[in-house]
Design a protein around this ligand. Structure first.
Ligand code: LHQ
Length: 259
């Protein structure tokens, strides 16, 4: 349900249930989480590229999994979040390596919000983001209320979530929800090149940078200045800093090791 391939320091994870627009069943939840966990554990992984197989990126939870017409007690969706989505979301945010997301087609429900949890999001121009939850009586999850409210502010966050209106990739980029919208035919080439160049970069420093930017929203300026001091101290002791400065002085490209 998730294809996993490591090349040039990039772990590519491809959500792979194309017949169901890569919606999440239990297998896919577990396989996806395993992939992100590997990115934490395996030092050979220096960046992650997330995408979807087929014409969609991810349609959120598989709604065929529980058919209400069959009766039985109402499902405990809080438990589904606690067991599956929430740990994965935390793993993506706490991974101190860049996560690039290539949104190749429609991203709906939790599928959209998983994309928004990634660090750099590129989307095909034909892709759209849908907060589909309102259509089925649910609330946005997978961090959606947090990321939409923070990135867009309440007016746009509420309108998207309450209406479930699709947001096209170019508008998502204009609104700052994603990094950029690219021609469909160029998406994977561009996303792969970006992920490879990040993986060949000073990934220790990039990981610290990700941490600092994520902390900024809840830190005071004083706390953030202290955090920058501590991270810079660590970065300043890295082999990559020495290599970066040496390469600059020698007017040659740097060869970073991520250490
Ligand atoms: C699907 C799905 C899908 C199953 C397309 N499931 N089959 C968390 C906690 C616990 C539970 C509940 O949820 C959550 C988080 C959530 O993510 S809730 C939101 C769940 N997602 C949705 O409500 C989106 C449902 N899908 C759609 O609205 C449409 O499929 C979109 C707008 C994504 C795409 O529309 P189209 O391009 O017209 O494609 P399609 O609807 O024809 O879908 C293609 C196939 O994929 C189709 O199967 P079929 O056998 O008829 O070809 C769909 O049934 C299947 N599919 N999404 N979520």
């Amino acid at each position: 349900t998730v294809l996993s391939a490591l090349a040039d320091g990039v772990l590519t994870l491809t959500l792979n249930r194309p017949d169901k627009l890569n919606s999440f069943n239990e297998d896919m939840h577990l396989a996806f989480r395993e992939g992100i966990q590997r990115a934490h554990d395996d030092p050979a992984v220096r960046a992650v590229l997330l995408t979807g197989a087929g014409r969609g990126f991810c349609a959120g939870q598989d709604l065929g999994d529980r058919d209400p017409r069959k009766g039985g007690p109402a499902p405990d969706l809080g438990r589904t979040l606690e067991t599956f989505y929430n740990p994965t979301l935390r793993l993506i945010r706490s991974l101190e390596k860049p996560v690039v997301c290539a949104v190749n087609g429609v991203a709906a429900g939790a599928g959209a919000n998983i994309a928004f949890a990634c660090d750099i999001v590129l989307a095909a121009k034909s892709a759209k983001f849908i907060q589909a939850f309102a259509r089925i009586g649910l609330v946005p999850d997978a961090g959606g209320t947090w990321s939409l409210a923070r990135t867009l502010g309440e007016p746009r966050a509420k309108a998207l979530a309450l209406t479930a209106e699709p947001l096209m990739a170019e508008k998502a980029a204009d609104w700052g929800l994603i990094w950029k919208a690219v021609e469909d035919a160029d998406l994977m080439t561009e996303a792969e090149a970006l992920a490879r160049s990040l993986a060949a970069g000073p990934t220790l420093g990039l990981g610290l940078t990700k941490r600092l930017i994520q902390q900024a929203a809840t830190n005071s300026l004083d706390q953030q200045l202290d955090a920058e001091r501590d991270c810079q101290q660590q970065a300043g002791r890295s082999a990559d800093y020495a290599e970066g400065v040496t390469a600059f002085l020698e007017k040659r490209p740097a060869r970073f090791s991520g250490k």
